[in-house]
Design a protein. Sequence first.
Length: 646
Amino acid sequence: MKSLLIRLTHGLSEQDITPDEFTHVSQWLLNKYLTKKDNIYKFNSKYRAGTLGLIQKGTAYLNVIGENIRDLFIGEGDLGEATQGDLIIAQRLLGKRGTPSAKIVEIVGREQSYSIAYIILKDRHKSMVDLKTDYPIGAEISSEELDTLDVGDVFKIDNRENQVLEKLGNISDPKVDEKIVLAQFNKHDYFEEEVLKIAKSFEPVDASKHPSRKDLRDLDFSTIDPVTAKDYDDAICWDQENTTLYVAIADVSEYVKPFGALDNEAIYRSFSIYLPHRSIPMLPRQLSETLCSLQPHVDRLAYVFEMKLDLEKLEVKSSTVYEAVIHSKRRFNYEEIDSFFDGDLKAVNADEERIFDSLTKLRVVTDALKAKRIKIGYDFRSTEIDMIIDEDSNLVSTTEADETPSHALVEDCMLLANKEAASKFERGIFRIHEPPSQGKLQTLYQELAGIGMQIEIMSTTKETITNIQNQARDMDLESEVDTLIIQSQMQARYAPLNSGHFGLGFEQYTHFTSPIRRYSDLIVHRLLKAINAGDTQEGSYVLRNIESLSMTISEKERESSKIENEFMARKYARWANEHIGEEFKARINATDPEVKAEIHDVIQGARVLIILNTNAVLFEDVIVKIERVDIARAKIYASVVGKVDV
């Protein structure tokens, strides 16, 4: 429903409306919420769609969706029966002075279509409550049904129909965590048979059947990915003699065509989800891990950026993007390339010898590119944690994922391709990152001044933040301070028009290099192909609903991040529940409005809420004792019992 409202805000072509959606659209047209012109349906200027915020004293604000405008005030008497989190259509109240206001005319659903409930025992009576709030759920369930259920049983709830859809398991079972985080956003691993049928229908790559593609099979392409990776989006090849970088990307658009079940499922998912122990792919594994994946020693269809570099100016002199056939010579993991750079890995055949030689020369180029890049943009050091999960879904260990030379080499190759892709169109899908507001920057500066930093406001935000980062490095607080800086910034998102990327310092940027796991990249491929072919009709199709699609994909990205983060939080909570009363080293990482800390001990990255009064200072190293754990909400409560001796 939310996707439909967003699309109607921008204008929705009749041919893009599903039969189920058309029932709503027809009624809203009758109600005059919508206008229709040239078979395009769009909200009447008097009406807006949005999500209702917190209700206080009979009033609330409507968070308008589909466009970046101010929230609308819903005054007393104009709420009707709406509750927080409802998706509503509101009529703007024109002529009123002060805050823009509106009144609710129709409740059309819930922002969160699904939620999770579980059975608790209160006053010796069982009840079904929301997992995160402990509030009773709207779905009806009889006393007789409750009696058959166990305390802790977990269920998926359809908020639109107020129905219990399925039992997920019991909160006492660690394996239910994955089901909980996926169910709340209706994510699933399986694909419908219709989708799988399409994915299985493609023949193995036969280069002779693609005579119009450029044959690059003789080039020394290789892939460099995490050791656990199964979907290889990108391969690289460096031609030192001609100072030319080839970035080959899986040509997903050859297989996933607009319309149809496969494309619809890809749009619905929009992103692959990566949990510590497995992935939930955007595309069926027959494509994501096989036919589209740039596996070694087999022919693969690729979409290739060929970029000739000026090594003195460290910029792209010229670039072309085209369809090709490649034949990757080797699949490397990051550890292997780092071992080679350290002198511990030697070539075992002629292919490896040539590749290692080219990677050595390419590293000089990418190191220089990075040095130039961070003079304009930023080099943030937020820490990523890798989790090891056992077969019973319990947390075994954690490690910090450090950026190494191999990561940096691949990253700067991909950044070049993404920048070049963005330079090829004026309207499409850009990856934008707006500058932080002055208000957020002032809050950041005050917080950092509180830990003893000398905040000097310089002529540019870049200079000021770089000075802060230099101080953080001297204080051994690089990751912590960079995390605060990131939190002060706007969230990167997808948009149809370019407004630059503040964090990277790029004038234009998009996502081109991961179409196996990001739908945005697939759209960029389709658009570039249409532009190259001079196909204005196809280009118009790709761009037809681009505003709505950009917003929807941005929301799907946030959903994927929430799933990945919440899963890890649940694993930390279960680990902490086995260590109640024990003490661990931690670092205070927030003091307002609540004191929070992050454990850096046998387990790293577990976030705890400090519940007893303490005079903790931001980034102070302390000893915390785990007091209690709320498994349902994945919250760990601890007290500070001492300070870490330096």
